[in-house]
Each structure stands twice: as structure tokens, then as C-alpha cells.
Ligand binder design. Structure first.
Ligand code: NAP
Length: 471
């Protein structure tokens, strides 16, 4: 979605000479890769779309993944993006030499470009658990982001490892449809109730005739996110955080009747410390007579199923690995070689970082969308990419105005920003005592630690003194 958006924004700003490299056969990013049962976006659909392209056809408040994929593909066609795309073109190397980026693909094709926009996503590379015997399971096993739709699940005993947003949505959909559903939980999660009503034909007709009604819903939802959630997680709105805690707690108490199960599902950390789950189906699903929650630690995976530390073998026919993603990869594994032969691996030896979440010293004319420190609260990554692209357009304008050819943030500016960012993460809920994909190996949150308002303001008013501009 960020790549499609880049193309549309470039053209709107008069830049028509660009190529989009897509390693797959079709567009869609996360919505192409993730096709697990129950997949939906928990950001409401009228917010989770491009601002300039509201969609009156959304079926639900939070619509299913297939609809979102269709939306992005339709927008790409409508705005003439698809014809700029080289499909099945996986980039292996980007090298900055003679003031240009030299691009190399795995299939041998190459190109030379003035600028690179990396719209490579955050949660893209599946993380597999380091559990002994994982490969020995004899039944089908696959990651949630690599769902094998050839595997029939009806009448099967299905195990799911994980309690993140993916696992919760899968269980919400599968429960009652399979012979047995066993969830292996290492850490329980707080869940914010999220009713998900359908839009009636009458409502859709109203949206078709009154597009401003969709914009109004979007604006209201954004306000709510910004002043409620996004400011709560970064320590700027303790009352909102307390409200989230109260709502998740009430959800657990009201929905789970069995006291033993309820205690197993009760987290011992602050709500929103991990990426908050928003869902209305899971608690019912896990209480289904054919569902089971296993909280014993997994000791091994064996040919017949999962063995837990209490010695019990949980026999399974299918095993789903819903253990998340390597969230620190960004545009890697592309080999990125910047100025003076400096590689991105070297630049990110401590941790991935980017000045204002967008660009890095020694890598001129390279911008990253949803790159390091990109996630802003649970904000839609579409809006984050949108703001980052506007920042890029401002840099391009500045280059043109001064007859410059290249920009890169100064090292001292990038270091100052990163030091301030790390300091600010200490006020966030993400460091309040849980593990999550927000944290890097040193326990430092990789997300934007300030409000959405600050993100918009900082990127909307670039300080060009922080950049080296060269001719
Ligand atoms: P995740 O949130 O990173 O969850 C991974 C789960 O796997 C955790 O429960 C983790 O347990 C567990 N796990 C990992 N290694 C394990 C091991 N060795 N043994 C047992 N359990 C293990 O992954 P995800 O559910 O795929 O979600 C990732 C992100 O994708 C979400 O946070 C969200 O940002 C995004 N997402 C969004 C939506 C949406 O509707 N917008 C839907 C799905 C996903 P611990 O908690 O103990 O580490």
C-alpha cells in the first residue's frame, strides 16, 4: 500500500519517471501475503484506506483482508500505477555510486536511479520459533503469513502457537469448524472489544451519494485514535491509558465465565504494552467446547504433535505457527551500499535507525516508508507513509529550488534525533514490563515514541539545516 501510494503521490507532484519493483506476481503487500482464516484489519476500513480514495463498498466497520487487497489492486489500476510495476523483480542490491543508485535484481535486470523509495513493509519476514523438533511434525505445518489453503481443516485437530493479533483472528474464525482447536499460549494478551457490524446496502448507497460522510467518519476515527490511543501509549494521556486498561479488563471479566480459564487469560502487565489486540470473537471462540488453551511451556514438537513441559503430548493433525515477524529487517535482505562503501548492515549494527523515521546518513536520496521508528501508536501505516511521502516531496522541492542533486541527513542530526528518541521511549507503555515486537534486542522500543501530532508536525516542517544538500 505504501508503494502504490508513492506512485500516486509522485505523479501528482509531476514526477512521472519511476519504476516500481515488486518481487511477487501481484500487488498488495501484507494483504497479499496474509490470507489466514478470519483475517481483517482492526483499523476501521473508512480510516484504513487512502484519504483521496474513500470506498463506499466496505462490507464491515473493519473489513476482511480479501476486500482490502481488492481495494489496493483497484486503486493501483484506477490511478495508472500498475503499468509502472515490474512484477517478479526481487531487488538483491542497491549501490550508491557516482551520485546514483545502481539497482540489481535477482533475475539479472538492473537499473540506475536518482532516488530510491523503500516501501518494503515492517512485518514481512516470518519469525519461526526456536522449538526443538519443529521440522519433525508429520502433519502440515505453516506460518500464519504462509497459509496453505490446500490443507483441509474440517474434522482435523489443529494446533496454533501464539497469542498475537494473527492467532486471535484465526481462532475467532476456526473455532467450531474443526474437530479440535488447541492454542499454545506463552503470554496472555489484553483484548479491547471491537464490535464489527456490517454496512447495510442502504448505508453503502448513502456513502456512494455522500462521499463527505465517509470523510467525516474518517476524521472522527482519526481524532479518537490520535487523542485516545496514540497519545496514551507514549505517556501523554494517562487517563486514556487507564480507560484502555479498564475496557480490556471489563472485556475479560464479562466474556470469560470459567474462572480457571479467565485467570489463564489474564495478563500480568499493562494493557497496550504489547500491540493491543482489538477483537470481539476470540473469548467466545476459546470457550467453545472443541477449543483448548494450553499454558504449559512447549518443550518440543514431535511427529504426532506438541509436547509440553508437564510431559503431555497434544496430538495434532495440523500445526499453525502464528509467532509473528522479524520486525527489524525493513529493506533487508537487500544489500544496501551507501556512500564510501558503507553498508546498511554496518550502519545498523546496533539497531536500525533513521532520522525522523525516514532517511539515514551515508545513504543519500534514499527514503524509507514505515521504516525504523515508523510505527506511530497503532496508527494506520497508510497515514504514516502518507506523511513520510509528503516529507520526501518537500525534500525534492528543496533540491529543485537550490539546484541540488542529493540530500542526506547530517550524522550529528541523525545521532541527536536517535538519542532524543531513545530517551523518549522511557515514557512509553512499551517499556512497562512486557516483551513485544516493538522492542529491539536491547529492549529499546523501535517505534515513534511521541504523539501522532508531533510526527505530523516534525515531518511537515523539515529543518533543512539538518541535511547535507549537495550539487
Ligand atoms: P505477534 O504479535 O508478534 O505474536 C507472536 C506470538 O507468538 C506471541 O504470542 C508470542 O508469544 C508467540 N511466540 C513467539 N515465539 C514463541 C515460542 N517460541 N513459543 C511460544 N510462543 C511463541 O505476531 P502476530 O500475531 O503475527 O502479529 C504481529 C503484528 O501484526 C501485530 O502486532 C499487528 O501489528 C500486526 N497485525 C495486525 C492485524 C490487524 O488487524 N491490523 C492483524 C494481525 C497482525 P510472547 O507474547 O510470549 O512473545
Amino acid at each position: 500500500m505504501a508503494g502504490i501510494l508513492s506512485a500516486i503521490k509522485l505523479r501528482r507532484n509531476g514526477y512521472n519517471n519511476f519504476t516500481i519493483y515488486e518481487k511477487a506476481k501481484r500487488l498488495g503487500g501484507t494483504w497479499r501475503e496474509n490470507t489466514y482464516p478470519g483475517i481483517a484489519c482492526d483499523v476501521p476500513s473508512h480510516s484504513y484506506c487512502y484519504e483521496f480514495e474513500p470506498n463506499p463498498e466496505w462490507s464491515h466497520t473493519c473489513s476482511p483482508g480479501a476486500e482490502i487487497l481488492e481495494y489496493f489492486e483497484n486503486v493501483a489500476v484506477k490511478y495508472g500505477v500498475t503499468k509502472h510495476v515490474q512484477f517478479e523483480a526481487e531487488i538483491s542490491q542497491l549501490r550508491f555510486e557516482d551520485d546514483k543508485w545502481h539497482l540489481q535484481c535477482k533475475d539479472g535486470q538492473s537499473g540506475v536511479f536518482d532516488f530510491i523509495v523503500a516501501a518494503t513493509g515492517v512485518l514481512h519476514h516470518p519469525a519461526y520459533p526456536d522449538i526443538p523438533g519443529l521440522q519433525t511434525f508429520t502433519g502440515p505445518t505453516f506460518h500464519s503469513a504462509r497459509w496453505d489453503h490446500t490443507v483441509k481443516l474440517e474434522g482435523q485437530r489443529v494446533g496454533i502457537i501464539g497469542t498475537g493479533s494473527s492467532a486471535i483472528q484465526i481462532i475467532g474464525d476456526l473455532s467450531g469448524k474443526v474437530a479440535k482447536l488447541i492454542q499454545f499460549q506463552r503470554t496472555p494478551q489484553w483484548i479491547l472489544p471491537r464490535p464489527n457490524p456490517t454496512y447495510s446496502e442502504q448505508e453503502k448507497q448513502y456513502f456512494r451519494e455522500n462521499p463527505e460522510a465517509m470523510q467525516k467518519i474518517r476524521a472522527e476515527q482519526m481524532q479518537m485514535f490520535e487523542h485516545g490511543f496514540s497519545s496514551a501509549v507514549v505517556g501523554e494521556n494517562p487517563q486514556a491509558l487507564a480507560d484502555i486498561q479498564a475496557a480490556t479488563l471489563a472485556h475479560l471479566e464479562n466474556k470469560v465465565s470459567d474462572s480457571v480459564l479467565r485467570e489463564k487469560l489474564r495478563p500480568n502487565y499493562q494493557a497496550a504494552c504489547k500491540r493491543l489486540i482489538m477483537d470481539d470473537k476470540y473469548y467466545d471462540a476459546i470457550q467453545h467446547p472443541d477449543s483448548e488453551l494450553v499454558t504449559e511451556t512447549i518443550s518440543a514438537i514431535e511427529p504426532a504433535g506438541v509436547r509440553t513441559a508437564d510431559g503431555k503430548l497434544h496430538e495434532l493433525d495440523v500445526l499453525v505457527i502464528a509467532t509473528g515477524f522479524k520486525a527489524d529487517q525493513f529493506l533487508r535482505p537487500i544489500e544496501v551500499i551507501g556512500r564510501n562503501g558503507k553498508t546498511l548492515e554496518e550502519a545498523w549494527a546496533d539497531r536500525p535507525s533513521a532520522y525522523l523515521s525516514v532517511c539515514a546518513p551515508d545513504f543519500p536520496n534514499l527514503v524509507m516508508l514505515n521504516g525504523p521508528n515508523g510505527p506511530v501508536g497503532n496508527f494506520s501505516l497508510i497515514d504514516v507513509a502518507d506523511i513520510q511521502l509528503d516529507f520526501f516531496m518537500k525534500l525534492l522541492d528543496e533540491l529543485q529550488a537550490g539546484d541540488y542533486t542529493a540530500f542526506a541527513p547530517k550524522s550529528e542530526a541523525a545521532e541527536r534525533f536517535e538519542a532524543e528518541r531513545v530517551q523518549a521511549t522511557k515514557n512509553t507503555v512499551w517499556v512497562s514490563g512486557c516483551k513485544s515486537w516493538y522492542l529491539d534486542d536491547n529492549g529499546v522500543p523501535a517505534a515513534w515514541p511521541w504523539s501522532m501530532h508531533r510526527f505530523r508536525t516534525a515531518l511537515g516542517n523539515p529543518d533543512f539545516a539538518d541535511f547535507e544538500l549537495t550539487r
